[in-house]
Design a protein around this ligand. Structure first.
Ligand SMILES: [Zn+2]
Length: 271
């Protein structure tokens, strides 16, 4: 889109030549979904960069400028960042289509981490497909073919995770930042949060968590690269559990979840 007042020589060449659908997502794994479904017809930008915390992130002025030129925003659904910023994002670009990719999903207690379930990723991809054919009906057959391929990839991933976790001995795990609830729900695991309401636990809460974990024979404590590991390490040391680093926000979605399944299977198979 050309600015009404700007001198044309100031416009980057890409803006006028790029006919692809300009898509914005909040999180890196959503970029994976959108690129798989959109293929060559989309240009996907991610608002929350690697290493940043999606619960507290604030967009940069440059990102707000780029958002003003976008065609489509794909929301995770209930993540704090979107609740804080969506009104302002829509203000800079009232014509942009905004789609909530959690629209067909039954949320558990408004937990936003729906992308970590391959089954729910399939539903998010369906919403992405609907949005893309609304904006770019001419390429509907391509989007449909891409969607089918993606659904197949998710089916295989789901099978792989089930296979890996088939013979584990322990089903409960401690998680510092509780991002894995939908994943756990799909694969018969139970996530116990160390963080309390998004905050580090108090000393009393730590004692309760450690006693609870010892009683349950917890073998694995999950930490993520976006959060401090100090308290999780203290708890793991106390109860003789293994620290496992799993990234809930890796861009290479399928490879990341395969690796997560491998690591969990190993730790949860210990006596
Ligand atoms: Zn989170």
């Amino acid at each position: 889109m050309l600015s009404k007042t700007g001198c044309s020589s100031h416009q980057p060449a890409m803006e006028s030549t790029d006919s692809r659908v300009q898509v914005f997502v909040s999180l890196l794994p959503q970029a994976y979904f959108a690129e798989k479904v959109g293929g060559e017809h989309v240009q996907v930008s991610v608002l929350i960069p690697p290493g940043a915390d999606p619960h507290t992130y604030e967009p940069t002025p440059q990102q707000m400028k780029d958002l003003a030129k976008a065609d489509l925003y794909l929301k995770v659904g209930t993540i704090e960042f979107e609740e804080m910023w969506m009104d302002r994002i829509v203000d800079v670009n009232p014509g942009m289509l905004v789609v909530d990719t959690s629209q067909s999903i039954d949320l558990i207690d408004q937990d936003p981490h729906i992308w970590l379930s391959p089954n729910l990723a399939r539903q998010q991809a369906q919403s992405i497909y609907q949005a893309l054919i609304t904006i770019d009906a001419a390429h509907q057959p391509d989007y449909q073919r891409n969607l089918q391929a993606f659904q197949g990839e998710m089916d295989q991933l789901d099978q792989y995770i089930k296979e890996q976790l088939k013979n584990i001995k322990h089903r409960e795990l401690l998680v510092f930042h509780p991002a894995w609830r939908y994943f756990c729900a799909d694969y018969g695991l139970e996530e116990i949060a160390i963080e309390q309401e998004g905050k580090e636990p108090t000393v009393q809460e730590m004692v309760r968590i450690i006693n609870d974990a010892r009683e349950k024979g917890i073998r694995a404590v999950i930490v993520s690269p976006q959060h401090s590991t100090h308290q999780a390490e203290a708890i793991a040391g106390d109860i003789g559990a293994e620290i496992i680093t799993l990234d809930p926000l890796a861009r290479d979605y399928t490879a990341n979840l395969r690796q997560a399944a491998d690591e969990l299977a190993r730790a949860l198979s210990r006596d």
